[in-house]
Structure formats: C-alpha cells, structure tokens
Design a protein around this ligand. Structure first.
Ligand code: COA
Length: 171
C-alpha cells in the first residue's frame, strides 16, 4: 500500500463512502455530501497548509482508505487525524496500514510533533486502532454527543507524540 495527496479524481469515491452509513454513523459531518460542495471544498483547500488530505491505495492502485490531518497548528506542530476505509472492507487491517502510512507522512514529511484524535466512545474499532499504534488516552469529554435513541455518550481524546512513534518503530 502507498499514500499520496488527495486529487480531484478521487472525489467521487470519497463522496460515495462518506454518504455510506457504515462511515458517517461514527463520524461528525453534515449530510448529504455532494460532488458540487466537495469539489468547491477541494479547490478552496489546495494551498491550505492547515490540513493534509490523503488517499491510500493498494498494489492495484485501487483506493482503500482516505485519511488526513486537519486543524494543523504550525506553531505547536500538531494536527487532528481522521481515517475511513472502504466501507465493504472494514476490519481487515486496512485502517491500521493507512494510519501507519499517515503517521509516517505527518511526522517525517510534514514535521508535526503531535497527532491527536477525537473518537466516539462507542467507536471501538477507531480507538482500539489508535491505542494499537501507540496513541495515549489524554482525556474524556463527557456527554459530547448522543445516540439515535437519545443516550448521552463521551468522546475520547487520544494523542501521539513524534518521539513515541519513532521509538515504537525503531524497535
Ligand atoms: C475506524 C476504522 C478506520 C478502522 O479501520 P479498520 O480497517 O476497520 O480497522 P483494522 O482492521 O485495521 O483494526 C484495527 C484494530 O481495531 C480493532 N477493531 C477493528 N474492528 C473492530 C470492531 N468491529 N470491534 C472492535 N474492535 C475492532 C482491533 O483491535 C483491530 O486491531 P487487531 O485486529 O490487530 O486487534 C474503520 O472501521 C472505519 O473506516 N470506520 C468508519 C469511519 C470512522 O469511524 N473513522 C474513525 C474516526 S475519524
């Protein structure tokens, strides 16, 4: 697998997946995602140094995941990560590989010092993936969202420092 910057021709697949309940049910954005709005968003962010949107492809050059860092703070050198995989291929290790490629990119190429992520507490696949890669739970935001049946839920804040990532991957 390899990672590269998001390109305009990737948008139809990105939109299709973002409109799939297997993806949007655990993420936070307004629906529906349209090609028109997403194309505008893409061009508005071409030179935006505060985010890096990426695509992960397999050996056949098929897209298997979208990921990136947003809210990049160039002074503190930190950013918030997101990842979503092909909704028909969840639980097959793709998220792990995609996030690994993303972390190598943001620490080694973008020069960030910290990557963090907010995760719904019931999105177990997501926070387990983070912890598997070395992210540490730094805080719990209480009652930050509620489920379809009105049950309040917490959001988890995990962070990973560059030195932790480099140390983990040197071993
Ligand atoms: C979260 C997401 C990116 C994980 O990617 P994935 O390819 O499904 O995850 P992986 O197969 O790499 O599994 C990573 C770890 O998560 C855990 N995991 C995966 N699926 C799980 C599930 N259904 N339930 C509990 N734990 C799970 C496992 O610990 C696994 O590691 P292990 O098998 O080595 O023990 C993916 O499920 C997804 O796109 N979800 C929808 C979008 C989203 O919520 N993104 C995160 C917020 S930005």
């Amino acid at each position: 697998m390899f990672i590269r910057r998001l390109q305009i021709e990737d948008l139809p697949i990105r939109i299709e997946w973002m409109n799939n309940p297997a993806i949007y049910s655990t993420m936070h954005y307004d629906l529906p995602i349209t090609l028109e709005k997403t194309t505008q968003w893409f061009y508005n962010n071409v030179n935006n140094v505060h985010r890096a949107d990426m695509v992960v492809l397999d050996e056949k050059k098929q897209i298997v995941a979208f990921c990136g860092v947003t809210a990049i703070d160039l002074v503190v050198k930190k950013g918030e990560s997101y990842t979503f995989v092909n909704p028909n291929m969840k639980g097959q290790g793709i998220g792990t590989k995609a996030r690994t490629l993303l972390l190598n990119y943001v620490f080694n190429e973008l020069g960030l010092n910290k990557v963090y992520c907010y995760t719904n507490e019931d999105n177990v696949a997501s926070w387990k993936l983070s912890e598997k890669l070395g992210f540490k739970l730094e805080g719990v935001h209480r009652k930050e969202y509620f489920t379809a049946n009105g049950e309040w839920k917490n959001r988890l804040y995990h962070g990973l420092l560059k030195e932790e990532w480099l140390n983990k991957n040197e071993q």
